[in-house]
Write a protein of this length. Structure first.
Length: 65
């Protein structure tokens, strides 16, 4: 239950800061208890090959995380 409370606090904090859109994803690639933010630059392609310059089907871009 403590983890749920921490997520709620994080979301409440972001809402109080005026963040209007929040997408939550979980990952095994970052340390437990930490978070990362990705900023939307006016297009719906945050993290896409267009935004990162990396092809999703290229083995050379596969870092595992």
């Amino acid at each position: 239950m403590e983890q749920v409370d921490e997520v709620i606090k994080m979301l409440d904090s972001m809402a109080e800061e005026g963040v209007s859109r929040i997408k939550v994803e979980t990952s095994e690639c970052i340390e437990a208890g930490t978070s990362q933010k990705a900023y939307h630059h006016g297009r719906c392609d945050v993290g896409s090959p267009f935004a990162t310059g990396k092809l999703f089907d290229s083995d050379e871009n596969d870092t595992g995380c």
